[in-house]
Design a protein around this ligand. Sequence first.
Ligand code: UD1
Length: 417
Amino acid sequence: MQKLEVFGANKLRGQIKISGSKNASLPILAATLLTNKKIILKNLPKVRDIETMLSLLQSLGSEIKFDKNRTIINNFQQNKKFASYNLVKTMRAGILVLGPLLAKHKSAKVSLPGGCAIGTRPVDIHLKALSKLGVKYKIDQGYVIASAPKGLKGNKIKFPKISVGATENLIIAANFARGITILSNCAIEPEIKDLVNFLNEMGCNIKWISKRKIKIVGVSEIREISYKVMFDRIEAGTYLIAAAVTEGNLKISNIIPEILKTEIDVLKRLGSKIIIKKKELQIIGNKKIKSTKIKTSPYPGFPTDLQAQIMVLLCKANKSSVIKEDIFENRFMHVAELNRMGAKILITGNKAVIQGNINFAPAELMATDLRASVSLILAALTAKGKSVINRIYHLDRGYENIEKKLKKVGAKIRRIN
Ligand code: UD1
């Protein structure tokens, strides 16, 4: 099993080019199932979750080719409606094929994503909302077996809770529903806006009618398009924090700074200097880091996907800080490992109290989920000496070329078998 060896402590300096967004690519890939035509996607990140989604599409009958940095998806013969447990178990976003399969074929059998280290992560909101479009479903031996023999029918649906995945599944499915669908209490993550832009370019008729409300008029035709997926804001945020925590000086390029407003505000409040350019941010870390209180919340709040990373920075603050995790019930798996490196973090329920003024010590560590693994790298980058991070397959799910990108800006990091 591969591991990462990190030798701290170096200040990171230079430029990091941000890859395409994993979380925007996944629903866009699922949405290609709506059509029988050719779709060309640019800027898909080369990460494991995207490979898994492409394998899932292939298992459903899509033909996929690569040409330089373009992914060409041909759905001329896409006719299967069965998403197996093997492909959905490692990646919850597999459930996103349910909406488009039902919209196109009127029936589908899709594995439930199952448990996950960061919480139970049910899909009840997806299923209840789809049933309001006329879908009948049952759960049998870990599979959702769903059908809408008369096709989907538009409706007014208010999500009981903000869910990124459920909003995406419904936005995709409703394009082939008869009449009009109004979705309210939607998630408004930039990746959802990217999905809507993609669908509208394909010929769909989707409009935001207020902050969290969207109107979808059903269509019957979809056209061939070529589309460039947005940048990965979580990757960008991770490298911004890497610069702050190593007191480095990094340019983070290939991004849209406005999308990172919350992260920029938090990092400035903690003491970093940030220079905002058109498609780039420059961050200059500060030795003195201020303590703060952060709570994770849906966009435009502070993202849960950066909670583990910001916690590493807060370990270096001048006083104690508090993080409240409001999205997932069990997303503090990194804390035990950070404490083994000398951090003093106390968890009570969904609250972490983080003592400041910590100098991390190197250690042998175990990654537990995607963002937890990257937080261990950040801590290891500041610890004088050699740290080893095991189970990095979690990391490979979502970070493209992480060691290459970090090495280029001065980190001593290598992958070993
Ligand atoms: C997406 C992101 C993930 C991010 C999360 C929150 C992708 C591929 N993944 O995950 O990186 O951390 O948004 O920003 O884009 N919930 C239910 N029932 C449901 C659906 C969700 O109870 O049917 C709960 C979840 O357990 C969680 C909360 O709602 O507590 C938010 O989950 P959701 O926004 O759906 O996250 P994902 O779409 O899975």
